[in-house]
Design a protein around this ligand. Structure first.
Ligand code: ZN
Length: 491
């Protein structure tokens, strides 16, 4: 493989040459959403970041098994060991079954990801579908002496683990500091130490989501599910584990501890963490009133938004920053991203109409090489984009007859844009603009209109109405005129 990729490993805090355990297969695990509400900007960043990693590794020839879970149980309020399950709480509020909440928001999450052109992962396991694996993992940890059960709950013994291993190696936290910063045990607490965390919790009578286990009828701890599901699909040791920086502690730190305690091997070779999105310099949060969902961004329906921003604008905005840098949201920044993306895609669309000249005034091969170099250097998308804009400048000059490119250099430019704009960065014209141009859609619509006309002529109004309604649900409106039936996308 001619492409050598380097990855910044959060665990070693160095940039390392990426070597998969079983090439060409790469195991990639990313913590997915807890599906009790609509996805927001904070969900879009890891989704787009690891989509970029997924796309690039595949582009350079790896076969990637990408596992991104759905958390549908065990994630309690404040990411703590006590309190209500986030999904059960929402279910109670809306008088729904917890799994209705999960289904509803999972579907909406997928719609949002599709809009952002985030590829579907290879496997999307639900935590509730892997209770057996989680119970087995707890049994193994108990057998190895790193967990204890009290009154039907099971806790991870952090102190004991830290005597033999290192709890805090990923996040750089020190156990003594943790001890000083955690509230002291109040005597009622079942834990031996306040920083011990739950692997299994006995369900209180009012707790709806519960499963039988050797210890009690209850539910698994949040950190446990990712250890169980990653091992199930990628093995006890796998290549890359990703997620947002906010998950590093305690979630990922505890994942390492659980896996080492159960299997006595380091679970992950490369840890990758994307940085956070701030809004006008502030952390995003429900209580801060600057909490914006992706749907609100797409429609502009939020007091902090001056306008709607298309999914591709959001994607481009995220890719304009390196994943390890913070990214500050503001209307100005998104408007700039919208303009930049428009320039990029317009130039891309001009390439087929460029007329070849006798000589080349610009070195376009260098742009292609620089894009590969940037992606191979810890997925540096902003440098890729800067290079593509050099391409935009050349395309516009050639198009205006200000400079010239040979036919073969135009091909190089085309392949650079196909590869990096389309395949690797995953940028495309937003769907609403695309559909009208698409000849295939035009042909299909002609066929559908013809079928509806036939139904109406046979007085089969049930069928003709069904066609109209189904199209209307897709946002396509039929208009009957004297000349025939027209269609348009309802915006
Ligand atoms: Zn996780």
């Amino acid at each position: 493989m001619k492409n050598v990729v380097s990855v910044y490993n959060t665990l070693s805090r160095t940039k390392e040459i990426f070597k998969p355990l079983n090439p060409p297969l790469v195991g990639l695990y990313v913590c997915g959403p807890t599906v009790y509400g609509d996805a927001h900007l904070g969900h879009a960043r890891p989704a787009v970041t690891f989509d970029l990693v997924f796309r690039h590794l595949q582009h350079i020839g790896y076969k990637v098994r990408y596992v991104r879970n759905i958390t549908d149980v065990g994630h309690l309020e404040n990411d703590a060991d006590e309190g209500e399950d986030k999904i059960a709480k929402k279910a109670k509020l809306d008088q729904l079954e917890p799994m209705e909440v999960v289904h509803y928001f999972t579907r909406r999450y997928h719609q949002d990801m599709d809009a952002l052109n985030v590829l579907s992962p290879s496997i999307e396991p639900h935590a509730s579908g892997h209770i057996i694996e989680q119970i087995q993992l707890i049994e193994q940890i108990i057998e190895n002496g790193f967990a204890y059960s009290v009154n039907g709950s099971v806790y991870f013994d952090v102190l004991k683990y830290n005597n033999e291993h290192h709890y805090g190696k990923l996040s750089g936290r020190v156990l003594e500091d943790l001890l000083n910063n955690t509230r002291s045990l109040d005597g009622q607490d079942e834990k031996r130490n306040p920083f011990d965390f739950a692997l299994w919790k006995k369900a209180q009578p009012e707790h709806i989501m519960r499963w039988p286990s050797p210890w009690s009828e209850g539910f698994p701890g949040w950190h446990l599910e990712c250890s169980a599901m990653s091992a199930r699909y990628l093995g006890n040791q796998f290549d890359i584990h990703g997620g947002g920086m906010d998950l590093m502690f305690p979630h990922h730190e505890s994942e390492i501890a659980q896996s080492v305690a159960a299997h006595n091997t380091e679970p992950v070779n490369y840890w990758m963490h994307n940085n956070m999105i701030t809004i006008n310099g502030q952390k995003m949060g429900k209580s801060l009133g600057n909490f914006i969902t992706l749907r609100q961004l797409f429609t502009g329906d939020h007091a902090a938004l001056e306008q709607a921003y298309s999914p591709m604008t959001i994607r481009f905005f995220i890719l304009q920053a390196h994943y390890r840098s913070t990214l500050d949201f503001s209307n100005e920044a998104l408007q700039a991203a919208e303009k930049g993306l428009d320039r990029l895609l317009k130039a891309y669309a001009l390439i087929p109409s460029l007329k070849a000249g006798e000589k080349s005034d610009s070195d376009v091969k260098r742009i292609l090489d620089s894009c590969y170099q940037a992606m191979n250097d810890d997925f540096n998308s902003p440098i890729v984009i800067a290079n593509l804009f050099e391409g935009v400048r050349i395309i516009n000059s050639v198009s205006n007859n200000l400079e010239s490119l040979t036919a073969s250099d135009i091909d190089v430019l085309k392949s650079t844009f196909d590869t990096f704009v389309h395949d690797v960065l995953g940028l495309k014209a937003d769907q609403a603009n695309n559909i009208n141009d698409d000849h295939k859609v035009g042909g299909l619509m002609e066929l559908i209109i013809e079928l509806r006309k036939n139904a109406r002529e046979k007085k089969d109004f049930a069928t003709s109405d069904k066609i109209r309604n189904m199209l209307s649900n897709l946002g396509i409106v039929l208009k009957d005129t004297r000349e025939g039936t027209n269609w348009e996308i309802d915006k």
